[in-house]
Design a protein around this ligand. Structure first.
Ligand code: SF4
Length: 475
């Protein structure tokens, strides 16, 4: 079904429109530098993994596993639920974010919890759990370093794996100084030590620990929480109650599948051959065990995912949230995740955000109007598909999402392309237009390059890049 979303929609919780945010981000030289540095490091690491471990070959198996998981989703979820219950855990199915938040808030109230410690979780960002807990008067503290930085800054994540990648050391030091009310040294070790000191006391005092779930293994009812800092281990082990929140698609059948995905994930994410910590949690603490929570609650969120099964967007559910498509995307590298105005950014964010936000209890997936412009934030170069360790054809999904959007601007663009294609079907018209364009470029360009100043809407192209007037371009 086609919809007519208004263009330039302002998010209630994010400043400006998508266009305004991207333009502003492009002008921010400091942001551009931070993103380029991070992306270059991750890309080099991933290239090494390709060479040393054959990451590209591992992709075919990862793709097959995840496609199979999504096909068998109801059966795997049933098995997971049975196993978790057998181990003494509680399983809750939440139709949407509201229901999931309500469950966690009610649980916190029922247990008299005043402090919740959280480890990094995109699912809780998606459902806005922090806001729900804060509204209920319950203190919530992010314990992942990047997430804590963002909590202090009042921002949402810029990247799935490295949420505060858009900020540099000086910006972080300023935030820490503001939070502690005194000066904070600016070197890396001192900043980490500062965060550790401030956060340690929270782990010990929290009554509830909330984590995400990277994978849930149906065979044994085990959840896997992958991390590099060790904070998730404390969040899931120290508080009396552990709540794990997962999107319903994060389930795999058995340990054979889990082992393969857990290998591929850090390689694609940050070019590391293994994550620093892989926490495997199977229910609450058992009699005779010294550690672990007394209660374990697994909240499985649908939030629009169920409607994607069997649709033309089903493959998006295979995502393992590694973030490789983000740093491979020239758009994300140019503007960063903040500009997208959603916890999920980059190519995968541009596909799933409008679909998940447009979720409804039944019927085929539709795009949410306020985020329907997101799929247009892509050059469709295919770098995201190439980078994706589970082979999701993101560029195809972006095109499919675009085809569903019908704004006045998009209609104008479609008409222009239709006209162009009709014109170029005639050889004489094709030759004439090419000659005219070549002449215009030669007249306008200096030393083989047009550096700014294309007229009208074409000016947006040369605002950010130079256009070669000859091929091959002169360097
Ligand atoms: S779409 Fe692929 S590359 Fe992007 S986050 Fe998901 S798994 Fe990683």
């Amino acid at each position: 079904m086609r919809r007519d979303p208004p263009t330039g929609v302002v998010y209630p919780d994010v400043e400006g429109t998508l266009r305004e945010r991207t333009v502003e981000a492009l002008r921010d030289a400091e942001l551009g530098g931070n993103l380029r540095t991070a992306a270059a490091g991750w890309t080099a690491g991933r290239d090494l993994m390709r060479e040393e471990y054959g990451l590209d070959e591992m992709r075919a198996r990862a793709r097959e596993i995840r496609r199979g998981n999504i096909r068998r989703l109801p059966e795997l979820l049933d098995r997971l639920e049975d196993r978790v219950r057998e181990h003494g855990g509680t399983v809750v199915h939440a139709a949407d974010g509201l229901a999931a938040c309500r469950y966690v808030v009610d649980l916190a109230r029922a247990r008299g919890a005043g402090l919740v410690a959280k480890s990094k979780s995109m699912a809780t960002e998606e459902i806005k759990l922090n806001e729900a807990l804060a509204e209920a008067g319950i203190e919530v503290v992010e314990t992942d370093l990047g997430e804590w930085i963002l909590q202090l800054a009042g921002q949402h994540p810029s990247h799935i794996i490295a949420p505060a990648v858009h900020l540099n050391r000086d910006q972080v030091a300023d935030l820490f100084a503001r939070e502690s009310g005194g000066p904070v040294p600016r070197d890396r070790e001192a900043l980490v030590a500062h965060a550790r000191r401030r956060l340690r006391e929270k782990f010990a005092a929290a009554e509830i620990g909330v984590s995400g779930v990277n994978l849930a293994v149906a065979e044994t009812g085990t959840i896997c929480v992958v991390e590099n800092e060790g904070n998730a281990r404390l969040v899931t082990a120290l508080p009396r109650i552990h709540v794990a929140v997962m999107g319903m698609e994060r389930v795999v059948a058995d340990w054979d599948e889990a082992a393969h995905i857990l290998q591929v994930l850090p390689m694609a994410a940050i070019g590391q051959d293994a994550a620093n910590y892989v926490n495997l949690i199977t229910g609450p603490r058992r009699p005779g065990e010294a550690d672990g929570p007394e209660e374990f609650h697994l909240v499985i969120v649908d939030g629009g995912r169920g409607a994607l099964r069997g649709s033309e967007f089903e493959e998006a559910l295979s995502c393992i949230r590694c973030g490789a498509c983000l740093y491979s995307c020239p758009m994300w590298r140019g503007v960063g995740g903040q500009a997208y105005g959603s916890p999920y950014s980059g190519p995968i964010g541009a596909v799933i955000t409008p679909l998940l936000e447009g979720a409804r209890p039944s019927g085929p997936p539709r795009l949410e109007a306020r985020s329907a412009e997101m799929p247009f934030l892509s050059s469709l170069c295919g770098a995201c598909h190439e980078a994706c360790p589970v082979g999701i054809p993101l560029h195809d999904l972006l095109v499919r999402a675009r085809a569903r959007v019908s704004t006045p601007e998009q209609r104008r663009i479609r008409h222009a392309f239709r006209l162009w294609s009709r014109l170029w079907r005639h050889p004489a018209a094709y030759r004439l237009s090419v000659r005219a364009a070549r002449l215009g470029l030669r007249l306008g360009g200096r030393r083989g390059w047009l550096r700014r100043g294309l007229p009208g809407p074409l000016g947006a192209w040369t605002d950010q890049r130079d256009l070669p007037t000859r091929w091959p371009p002169r360097t």
